[in-house]
Design a protein around this ligand. Structure first.
Ligand code: KIV
Ligand code: ZN
Length: 536
């Protein structure tokens, strides 16, 4: 009897589909750029996380996006793969072509509907917009059986016109209608009401999935998405770490945890998200994009589960006994498990391998050995190596594999009245080159020396230092972002016990990406250099 009751309760839950747009909405923001291999890695991890839909890119926008959507559609199993398209025949056809490699695919077309966008950007009348939207959905539908339509800037669109567009696009064949709060302008009660009123006023809306896509310009993306769900939306579009255009999109980890944490919501709604994969996914995206996560960010920030400040001894003891008095989510729930095995320099290969496997890493014997050697170097200098540090070492090893320029030697003289001076030697294949530079500080001197050796024009956008764990012996992690002459942003991360070395590694990684992406690291460039050498 009890089992039967449980089963029927599970059946009556509303399934909320999680549509991840990290590879599209977040990827198009400054600093969010990823290489094809990085996109594939993120897409595979999103599949492990259990998302329902992966928006893999905007195929018409660039050959790189086209290839990414094609490869992800072909290789990533589980979620539906979608690509974004403008309401233009050539764009729709190209998007369908990219998706054709996949089995479970969806074509996502969008068109601005608000008066501001109709008049200011499209220069089209309501009638023209209506016609374009319906014709585009119909064309997409002829090419791909599943079509999603987004009336861009829906929250600033006249309600009657929005109803007309939604009705016409459903009639033309859209099976998902996504309501974007493109500029993050709506308030939760308004956004919830908009979803409810659409459901009440659009005659054919019951047969389709209503989706929400909220931006965080006023810090309300998650709240607005939740208001949408409470009013009948059954798909939420979101991103890992809340990355995205401007202030970002609704954060996937927040949506998933809200629906799982609040009992009254958990009784009514379910997602397919494997909560234990949340933290690993967050770290992967952070490592790949180089976009830091603020320490106090809900769920995935470094301090999200830190109880130390302001809690006196008595409180800490109580916390240990009754965690629920201080915690609404256990870190383990989202995969932030604390290890039972304390890793020290005496732990040995097996223990390191075991812990890496527990953390979800399946390394080749060579990668494992390289990581272990770096682990020993670190463990020799400190009492214990944490999970976060171990993960940083793996990330560093994996990055080394793609290095064009590697740091061969670094020596810095600074302090007191000495002018900070750095000597840097870089290795490229089997050639080395060396430079000396002075600067206003040690990092400045190192960066100037590196810039003498890698002359690709660029500008440093930002430089951030943090420590992976507390204490003066902690691993320092440096993130830098540089911009090339074409405006593209490249990020780099480096970690080391020595902050100057971490800074050099981060800068080198960003420059390696710049060189790689601009083709300066490719075979053509090598041939050019050889030719030049022969002439001289
Ligand atoms: O924010 C937005 O309106 C979008 C659409 C393309 C869905 O990203
Ligand atoms: Zn968006």
């Amino acid at each position: 009897m009890a089992v039967a009751r449980k089963k029927s309760a599970a059946k009556s839950k509303t399934r909320i589909a999680i549509f991840d747009t990290t590879l599209r909405d977040a990827e198009q923001c400054p600093g969010g750029r990823m290489t094809l291999e990085e996109k594939l890695k993120v897409a595979h991890q999103l599949a492990r996380l259990g998302v329902d839909v992966i928006e893999a890119g905007f195929p018409y926008s660039s050959p790189g996006d086209f290839e990414a959507v094609t490869r992800i559609a072909k290789e990533v199993k589980g979620p539906t793969i979608t690509g974004l398209s403008l309401c233009r025949p050539d764009c729709i056809d190209r998007t369908a072509e990219a998706l054709s490699a996949g089995k479970r695919v969806r074509l996502h077309v969008f068109l601005s509907t608000s008066p501001q966008h109709r008049e200011g950007i499209l220069r089209k009348s309501k009638g023209e917009v209506l016609e374009m939207a319906a014709a585009s959905v119909a064309r997409a539908r002829r090419l791909i059986p599943e079509v999603e339509f987004s009336p861009m800037d829906a929250t600033r669109t006249e309600f009657d016109f929005l109803c007309q567009v939604v009705e016409a696009t459903i009639e033309a064949g859209a099976s998902v209608i996504n309501i974007p709060d493109t500029l993050g302008y709506a308030l939760p009660h308004e956004f919830g009401e908009l979803i409810r009123k659409l459901r009440e006023n659009v005659p054919n809306i019951d047969g389709v999935t209503i989706s929400v896509h909220c931006h965080d310009d006023l810090g309300l993306a998650t709240a607005n998405s939740l208001a949408g769900v409470l009013n009948g939306a059954t798909q939420v579009e979101c991103t890992i770490n809340g990355l995205g255009e401007r202030a970002g999109n609704a954060a996937l980890e927040e949506i998933a945890c809200i629906l799982d944490t609040r009992r009254e919501l958990k009784r009514k709604y379910a997602t397919g998200i494997v909560l234990k994969e949340i933290y690993r996914t967050s770290r992967l995206v952070r490592e790949i994009t180089g976009m830091p996560v603020q320490p106090n960010k809900a769920i995935v920030g470094e301090n999200a589960f830190a109880h130390s400040s302001g809690v006196h001894v008595d409180g800490v003891i109580k916390l240990m006994k009754r965690r629920s008095s201080f915690e609404i989510i256990r870190p383990q729930t989202i995969g932030r498990e604390k290890t039972e095995i304390v890793l020290t320099s005496r732990s040995g290969r097996k223990a390191v391998k075991h812990r890496l496997a527990e953390l979800g890493y399946d390394l080749s014997p060579a990668e494992l050995e390289a990581t272990y050697q770096r682990f020993l170097e670190l463990a020799d200098q400190r009492k214990q190596v944490t999970d976060e540090e171990l993960e940083s070492l793996v990330a560093d090893e994996q990055r080394l594999a793609q290095e064009i320029y590697a740091l061969d030697y670094l020596h810095v003289v600074s302090g007191g009245t000495t002018i900070p001076t750095a000597t840097v030697r870089l290795r490229r294949n089997d050639e080395t080159s060396q430079a000396v530079a002075s600067g206003v500080g040690s990092v400045d001197a190192v960066y100037k020396a590196i810039a003498q050796l890698i002359t690709a024009p660029h500008q440093l956008l930002d430089y951030t230092v943090s420590s992976v764990a507390g204490g003066t012996d902690a691993l320092g992690e440096v993130t830098v972002r540089i911009q090339d002459r074409a405006g593209a942003v490249h990020s780099g991360r480096g970690s080391s016990m020595d902050i100057i070395e971490a800074s050099a590694k981060a800068y080198l990684q960003a420059l390696n990406k710049l060189v790689f992406r601009s083709g300066l690291g490719g075979a053509a460039a090598r041939a050019k250099r050889k030719k030049r050498k022969r002439k001289t």
